[in-house]
Design a protein around this ligand. Structure first.
Ligand SMILES: [Fe+2]
Length: 256
């Protein structure tokens, strides 16, 4: 059984379309989406519609929650200063440019999904098993913390999103994957990322697929709709960057 997991599309329709096209060539039987359809990118409405049309089982990410409920914050761990300004601007823009029906869909998403395939139990959650929307399980999360969040988990395989960093770790007799990010990778590789897990008679193999897409077109759309240019820079670099603490919206000190 070949299963796709993807997440963190963040309003980047070009990246989503490229991933969906790549999936067609991979002999896939099931697809799951681990949330954050919206936020940051220029086409939140179109991304929600595409996922709905395809009827892909989807769980809620912190951005789906923030935009669905029109919250003032996504709960992200931003640095104070310009990073917070960009985050707030993008969140407010996404709230304004997402329909009531799309918001209703985002609010309807479950926090977790569980299923069993060929004797292997899966748990899908955007953040962590104990903090579904906000906790980051990163490659450098301590073993102690990882063990703590897995304490009550009955599944054999946990798949997360949220960090935008593809990852696989082993703890408490369980495999913990992060499926990376379709629309806003942060591991230094700007190509869209998704995860394939192949389960055959309780044995598991996996592959992180990296898919080229038209980054330039997405960056142009970011500018066209009036979103902050820094959002495009993250897509070009495939990672975040440190910004100076400038108060002016037009002055940015990049330290890449
Ligand atoms: Fe995200």
């Amino acid at each position: 059984m070949r299963i796709v997991f993807f997440s963190d599309i963040h309003g980047n329709l070009e990246a989503l379309e490229a991933v969906l096209k790549d999936i067609e060539s991979q002999n896939i039987e099931r697809i799951y989406c681990l949330g954050d359809l919206v936020g940051y990118g220029p086409q939140p409405q179109e991304v929600v519609q595409r996922i709905r049309d395809l009827k892909i089982p989807t769980i809620m990410g912190n951005y789906d929650d923030a935009i669905g409920y029109e919250k003032k914050s996504c709960g992200c761990a931003y640095n104070p200063g310009r990073e917070t300004e960009v985050g707030d601007e993008s969140l407010n823009w996404s709230i304004t440019n997402t329909s009531a029906a799309a918001k209703e869909f985002l609010r309807s998403l479950p926090h977790t999904l569980e299923f069993e395939e060929e004797g292997v139990k899966f748990l899908l959650v955007h953040g962590s098993p104990v903090d579904h929307l906000l906790e980051y399980i990163r490659p450098d999360t301590s073993s102690e913390r990882l063990q703590k969040v897995l304490e009550r988990v009955k599944a054999d395989v946990v798949v997360n999103g949220h960090t935008h960093l593809p990852m696989v770790r082993w703890a408490m007799g369980k495999l913990v994957f992060n499926d990376g990010s379709v629309g806003r990778p942060k591991d230094g590789n700007p190509k869209a990322c998704y995860l394939i897990i192949d389960v055959v008679q309780q044995s598991i193999s996996y592959e992180f697929r990296r898919v080229e897409y038209d980054v330039k077109s997405t960056v142009e759309k970011i500018t066209e709709v009036g979103l902050p240019a820094e959002l495009g820079l993250v897509l070009v670099l495939g990672k975040g960057y440190e910004m100076g603490q400038s108060k002016s919206k037009n002055t940015i000190d990049f330290k890449i």
